[in-house]
Design a protein around this ligand. Structure first.
Ligand SMILES: C=C(O[C@@H]1C=C(C(=O)O)C=C[C@H]1O)C(=O)O
Length: 443
């Protein structure tokens, strides 16, 4: 079984050093480093790209240790406090699963989450950050190894890699979990087990040749420019599936005591493969069902932020947020954080919102575990990066899946309320598979 390597923190003193580099195509470096622990993000907010490679320091919460993000951040910050050199450019990467307490369920023949810690924060060995066509690199290693570590990564960046030619045949797609999804919708609409439960299902893709994640990421960046495009690989003993996608949903962005977030829930009724238009958005803005499911999210986020903030403000009305596959209702929310509150505390307070879980939260989470019968893993979890002061951005992991050789397992869900129609909800999830499905399928 593939496993995350045990807690890895270099025993001695660590040093950080910034290097100049000419590389501006981080996806090309991502391809060359394939098979190593890596995190690639292209941020929706400013088009900044970051690539973290290798692991210098990592803290993991798992079955035996259910540490919060704030606790993990504190442990890392303590460890980083005595790093020598230029630490200003260091970034902490990490993620949290949808449900950290959920027991792992693997299904034979499908990519699974066994290589992924449920919650982790780590500092990569080398972090490359490209902004406005300029890239800098910061290396974290034992002082005597810093230059050598950078030289070894540069060697990797120069390696030749074969760029696979796109497969001529379309992959096979199997739609999974439809019976469970239908049963779950019935429980909410007929038996009213909870006011809102977000139910997900999976699609399994078998391609004729190994799926090229770099090509998938380039296509996602092109088709979903307003989304955060991401690919995460854990630090594991043997080959692992890559978790990749293009998400429209920011969980929180923190900058100097200011937090920005969004309620994103409610989805246009266009068919899968048909782009949303003004008529679909007008219908969305007047759909009581969508406005209700949106309201649950907005109210919860404002309630969760209030204890952390001196002030919280939200747009007066939701507006449509258009993507290539669907439009969503979006309300922007912002706040001024109390002293000593950073991104890790905000992630702990917000995740999971009713946009991906439901309301009330604990009941919805339990119902999801009972109805879905599969491990969501990092799907509907949160991932991102932050600096040592707790500034940074975490996004909600949506429109995504695990890519494992020629096989991929995609995840998509929809908010179910008393007014849901099961066929409409199934179509909505089908539209939400489109980003990754198209990026894998298209020539
Ligand atoms: C659950 C997903 O998306 C979430 C659910 C939405 C909805 O039910 O309308 C809209 C956006 C997301 O917050 C998903 O993409 O899998």
């Amino acid at each position: 079984m593939t496993r995350p390597l045990s807690q890895l923190s270099a025993p001695g003193q660590l040093a950080a050093k910034v290097f100049e580099t000419e590389h501006t195509d981080l996806l090309d470096l991502y391809r060359r480093a394939s098979g190593r622990a890596s995190s690639f993000y292209r941020r929706n907010s400013q088009g900044t790209e970051v690539l973290g490679l290798g692991v210098a320091l990592q803290f993991v919460a798992d079955d035996a240790d259910d540490a919060t993000m704030a606790e993990l951040h504190e442990r890392l910050s303590e460890r980083l406090a005595d790093v020598s050199g230029d630490t200003s450019k260091l970034r902490i990467f990490g993620w949290t699963a949808f449900d950290v307490a959920n027991s792992r369920r693997a299904h034979a023949g499908l990519p699974d989450w066994s290589a992924y810690a449920r919650r982790q924060l780590y500092v990569p060995q080398v972090l490359l950050r490209c902004r406005d066509g300029k890239t800098d690199a910061v290396v974290l290693a034992e002082p005597a190894d810093v230059d050598e570590t950078w030289a070894a990564w540069q060697e990797t960046f120069r390696s030749t890699v074969e760029i696979p030619s796109p497969s001529a045949t379309e992959p096979e797609v199997r739609w999974l979990d439809q019976d469970e999804f239908r049963r779950g919708v019935g429980l909410v609409t007929d038996e009213r087990v909870a006011p809102k439960v977000v139910l997900a299902r999976r699609a399994h893709i078998e391609a004729a040749a190994p799926i090229d994640t770099t090509t998938v990421l380039r296509r996602l960046t092109h088709a979903y420019p307003s989304c955060s495009v991401f690919a995460l690989s854990p630090h594991a003993e043997s080959p692992y599936p890559v978790f990749a996608g293009a998400t429209p949903e920011t969980l929180a962005r923190v900058n100097d005591g200011h937090v920005e977030t969004m309620a994103l829930a409610g989805t246009s009724r266009n068919d899968a493969g048909q782009a949303p238009d003004l008529a679909a958005e007008r219908a969305l803005l007047s759909s009581q069902k969508d406005l209700d499911e949106h309201r649950f999210v907005l109210d919860m986020i404002v309630d969760a932020l209030e204890p952390l903030c001196s002030s919280v403000a939200a747009d007066p009305e939701p507006r449509p947020h258009r993507l290539a596959n669907v439009s969503h209702l979006m309300t922007k929310i912002s706040g001024e954080l109390a002293e000593d509150v950073g991104l890790a505390e905000v992630v702990d307070a917000l995740h999971p919102t009713p946009a991906v879980c439901g309301t009330p939260r604990d009941l919805a989470k339990r119902l999801i575990g009972e109805i879905e019968g599969f491990d969501r893993g990092l799907y509907a979890g949160a991932f991102g990066s932050m600096d040592l002061e707790g500034n940074g951005q975490f996004d909600v992991a949506l429109r995504c899946g695990l890519i494992d050789g020629a096989s991929a397992l995609l995840f998509a869900g929809a908010g179910i309320t008393a007014d849901s129609d099961v066929d409409v909800e199934l179509t909505e999830t089908r539209s939400k598979f489109a980003p990754l499905l198209d990026a894998i399928s298209k020539e």
